[in-house]
Ligand binder design. Structure first.
Ligand SMILES: Nc1ncnc2c1ncn2[C@@H]1O[C@H](COP(=O)(O)OP(=O)(O)OP(=O)(O)O)[C@@H](O)[C@H]1O
Ligand SMILES: [Mg+2]
Length: 293
């Protein structure tokens, strides 16, 4: 295999990353490239290392081995994020949402989004107290930007409601709006459809596609819902026990016996013979157990 030098057409260039916690190896020699403008999904059974990968990409964890280069926005030159602080990675254009929703529950929906928007502004609390002119202008700007984002995710009617009073699916979209407030070049979504109903899942799929296409944001998506993954992803990377076991288009991944075996907990040979017996067997029919849907 030839190894090419990182270019700005690659958003994340992950090479041979290994992350260990004591005796547990969460990521084992993982390499992948995320291309600019794509929707790349990361799938795999529970405990496969998906969230660990996100945490490594965003400076939450520092892998013991390997390199991670980032060029989040068009024209950026690649920068190493290994050992970088999370807020710095965010400033470089990486936004994320969390597997377990993290909102400020007592703030309004709009205020939650403003928190995202204001991380990009210069005013601190001192300027706010002194009522500096640029601070007042920034306040107006952050209000209107936050409203715009609320509208973007279909929540304009809920702007002044307390975040914790929003339905689960709305809270997930609110998190996306807050993440977009930081004006990212790439957004990392960790199970955005978890706990949402089928209607919300369809809305989420079109939101993800429009963020990608209209806002020019590359999307890295962790998701257990195979229908959603297959309908939005340009490419898919599959992790199992911390290792990358497959990579390809949704069509390739759905038929890959190694991937089906990982989900069924059988060998690839068994999965293949099962697929022969049931030609309609596709990954889309294999939902991991215990998933809320
Ligand atoms: N901070 C940590 N300390 C110790 N072990 C960890 C830590 N973070 C992750 N791990 C371990 O790394 C492995 C991968 O976990 P991770 O959360 O990345 O999986 P996942 O693919 O996101 O799973 P799920 O689909 O259940 O969210 C697990 O064995 C987990 O226990
Ligand atoms: Mg996870």
């Amino acid at each position: 295999m030839t190894v090419t030098a990182p270019t700005s057409e690659v958003v994340f260039d992950v090479r041979n990353v290994t992350l260990r916690f004591g005796g547990v190896t969460s990521l084992n020699d993982v390499s992948l490239q995320m291309r600019r403008g794509e929707i790349l999904a990361v799938i795999g059974p529970n405990g496969a290392g998906k969230t660990s990968l996100f945490n490594s990409l965003t400076g939450v964890y520092t892998p013991q081995e390997g390199s991670i280069m980032l060029a989040a926005r068009r024209g950026d030159s690649p920068t190493s994020v290994v050992g970088m602080k999370t807020h710095r990675v965010n400033q470089l254009g990486v936004a994320r949402t969390f597997q377990n929703i993290r909102l400020f529950p007592a703030l309004t929906a709009l205020e939650n989004v403003k928190v995202g928007v204001e991380t990009r502004q210069r005013s601190g609390p001192i300027a706010a107290m002194l009522g500096m002119p640029w601070q007042r202008r920034e306040e107006r700007e952050s209000n209107s930007r936050a409203y715009e984002l609320m509208k973007r995710v279909g929540l304009s009617g809920r702007a002044n409601d307390i975040a914790s009073s929003l339905a689960y699916g709305e809270q997930r979209r609110l998190e996306i709006a807050r993440a977009l407030g930081t004006n990212p070049g790439v957004i990392l979504l960790d199970e955005p459809a978890a706990g949402t109903n089928p209607v919300e899942k369809r809305e989420l799929a079109s939101l993800i596609k429009s963020i990608n296409a209209e806002d020019d944001v590359s999307v890295l998506l962790i998701e257990h819902d195979m229908k959603l993954v297959m309908s939005v992803a340009d490419r898919i990377v599959v992790l199992n026990f911390g290792e990358k076991i497959a990579e390809g288009t949704p069509e390739q991944i759905q038929r890959d016996p190694v991937v089906i075996a990982a989900y069924l907990g059988t060998s690839a040979e068994q999965a293949e013979s099962q697929a022969d017996a049931q030609p309609e067997l596709r990954l889309i029919d294999i939902e991991p157990e215990g998933e809320q849907s």
